[in-house]
Design a protein around this ligand. Structure first.
Ligand SMILES: Cc1cc2nc3c(=O)[nH]c(=O)nc-3n(C[C@H](O)[C@H](O)[C@H](O)COP(=O)(O)O)c2cc1C
Length: 209
């Protein structure tokens, strides 16, 4: 039995295109892996610890080998719980919209909680080393516009680039992707075709994931 963690990063519930494609992936995944356990976190709807001054103090206390104060211990317990829940999975599915060429702020908050030295990366003899290794990630990206590879628009796609960078930093080497675009351009029939093609791809990837 494998554990799949589904990280949902659109707040739009049933209206979300990235969530819709991910839901079709999960239906096929479930069919092919009936013993697996699927857990979902929505970064907008689940509570996340704030990564504010106190959390930063708690992080720096560890870096400087100091004991936590009671308040720092309290916030760090919450950070550790989020990281433990994340690392507990064997496989990861992430669905996210592009917001202002990057990622939604609540997903950034989740990442700021996750990416901690000694937990998801370390500084080894050869520099930074990711600690979440040997686990696949499928990222489903939706965007209003189109940012095709080798086009001038690709340069401003900081959504896919950032996800690949930061998950790579945590040790992920097998990062697969489905790009759902453009979702806000053209007539609705064209958008429908884009979504259908993405769902087809998602279904075909689910069995072997
Ligand atoms: C706050 C906000 C910012 C957005 N910024 C961009 C953007 O920079 N580029 C783009 O192509 N689409 C942008 N969009 C459009 C979304 O990426 C697009 O509608 C996407 O399909 C939404 O995915 P969802 O339905 O899963 O939430 C933005 C949408 C919102 C709400």
């Amino acid at each position: 039995m494998a554990k799949l963690l589904y990280i949902q990063a659109s707040p739009r519930r049933a209206l979300s295109k990235s969530t819709h494609v991910a839901a079709e992936f999960l239906k096929s995944y479930w069919h092919a892996h009936q013993d697996d356990r699927i857990r979902t976190i929505n970064v907008f709807h689940n509570s996340l610890p704030a990564f504010d001054g106190l959390a930063v103090q708690a992080k720096y206390a560890i870096l400087h080998g100091k004991d936590h104060t009671v308040e720092e211990r309290h916030v760090w317990n919450a950070v550790e719980k989020v990281i433990a829940d994340f690392k507990d999975a064997d496989k990861y599915l992430l669905s996210l919209p592009m917001w202002n060429f990057g990622i939604p702020y609540r997903l950034k908050q989740y990442i700021d909680v996750l990416v901690q030295p000694g937990y998801t990366f370390k500084v080894g003899e050869n520099g930074y080393e990711g600690l979440v290794r040997g686990k696949p990630l499928l990222a489903i990206y939706s965007r209003g516009g189109a940012y095709p590879e080798d086009s001038p628009a690709e340069a401003v796609d900081l959504q896919k680039k950032y996800i690949e960078l930061i998950f790579g930093f945590m040790g992920f080497e097998n990062i697969q992707s489905i790009v759902v675009e453009p979702t806000l351009q053209g007539i609705s029939e064209e958008v429908e075709k884009v979504i259908e093609a993405s769902i087809e791809k998602a279904r075909s990837m689910a069995e072997m994931f």
